[in-house]
Design a protein around this ligand. Structure first.
Ligand SMILES: Cc1cc2nc3c(=O)[nH]c(=O)nc-3n(C[C@H](O)[C@H](O)[C@H](O)COP(=O)(O)OP(=O)(O)OC[C@H]3O[C@@H](n4cnc5c(N)ncnc54)[C@H](O)[C@@H]3O)c2cc1C
Length: 309
């Protein structure tokens, strides 16, 4: 018996993948979504989302459950397994899962997202989404006139600090090195602002709270070996992102940081393989931009499949 060849397989079940699925299902492409290790994606680890249009405030997990139900309602199938290997060099494309399922498809949308680098210190996981976050644009408005701490010395950290000036005058950056690593202009903007304090040579050793929310964090000065406690309501980690693209490294073009290179926003270097969301986007990293590119990828896949017929 010959194996089923899906018109479209979508890898990832978060804003990008689920939006792609809604569009593809409504276009009668009968897509299969492979959900991977984190169905719902990054928003499963957060609380209120206040920048999803149409919902003044909605919990991340609720938004993702709605999206999944929306995609299922129009005929999307789901496979709660993880893709471990792909062959995009021969057609139809072949994908293998961690449960040894072999899948074939005429087109694929990669929407595997990214993970932020973690501090790996006690308290980080316990207070993830309860004061520990990675996204100042997303969560900054929750911290008005309270002390906040930003970890890291690169551009994301500088951007976060400057963004937080809209809400509070009490901003501390903790950097592990003796200098900042951000671009000169961003450094200048931060260094010239008296409301932003910088502590160098220091590592976060513990994040503490009252079981509901972060209240403080402990840092260690690597030169003096002295620890100090900083009172804070929010810890914004800005120490980098890791796109989930390792399994595609020998198949499609990635940039030097591992993000998928696209020729236009969503076309990879292989016709029929599209990419969307945080696996491509190192700049905006928002649910709405991920969803927008998921939509574009589905429309592009539909056009590609029509041209094949
Ligand atoms: C703490 C926090 C708070 C945030 N708050 C907001 C906010 O308020 N507003 C906002 O707009 N954005 C917010 N963001 C950003 C937003 O979550 C991301 O931009 C968005 O989730 C990216 O969506 P995505 O679909 O590209 O991927 P992700 O959400 O990263 O999901 C990736 C998906 O791919 C799957 N996957 C990965 N590898 C595989 C594989 N090998 N096989 C199969 N599937 C795989 C995963 O299981 C997951 O389903 C926040 C992020 C964080 C971390």
């Amino acid at each position: 018996m010959s194996q089923q060849v899906y018109k479209l397989i979508i890898i990832g079940a978060a804003p990008a993948g689920l939006t792609a699925a809604i569009y593809a299902a409504r276009a009668r492409l009968a897509p299969l979504v492979v959900s991977g290790p984190k169905p719902g994606g990054q928003l499963m680890g957060t609380t209120a989302i206040e920048n999803w249009p149409g919902n003044i405030s909605i919990l991340g997990p609720e938004l993702m459950a709605n999206m999944r139900q929306h995609a299922a309602q129009f005929g999307t199938q789901f496979l709660d397994e993880t893709i471990t290997k792909v062959d995009f060099l021969q057609r139809p494309f072949t994908l293998w899962t961690n449960h040894n399922t072999i899948l074939k498809a005429d087109s694929v949308i990669i929407a595997t997202g990214a993970n932020s680098r973690t501090l790996d210190c006690p308290g980080e996981q316990a207070y993830w989404g309860k004061g520990v976050t990675t996204c100042a644009v997303c969560d900054g408005a929750f911290y008005v006139n309270v002390p906040v701490v930003i970890i890291g010395g690169g551009d994301t950290s500088m951007e976060s600090a400057l963004f937080m000036l809209k809400f509070t005058d009490n901003i501390t950056i903790v950097q592990n090195l003796g200098q900042l690593t951000a671009s000169k202009i961003m450094q200048e903007r931060v260094l010239s602002n008296p409301k932003i304090k910088i502590i160098y040579h220091s590592l976060v050793t513990k994040i503490m709270g009252d079981n509901q929310h972060v209240t403080s964090l402990e840092i260690l000065d690597q030169n003096t070996q002295i620890t100090q406690t900083l009172e804070t309501k929010a810890v914004f980690t800005a120490i980098g992102f890791l796109p989930n693209t390792k399994i595609f490294a020998d198949q499609i073009k990635l940039d030097q940081w591992g993000y998928i290179s696209t020729t236009t926003e969503i076309n990879t270097n292989i016709p029929g393989i599209f990419a969307a969301g945080d696996a491509v986007d190192f700049k905006y990293r928002q649910a709405i931009t991920a969803a927008g590119s998921g939509c574009m990828a589905a429309l592009a896949a539909e056009r590609y499949l029509s041209a094949l017929e």
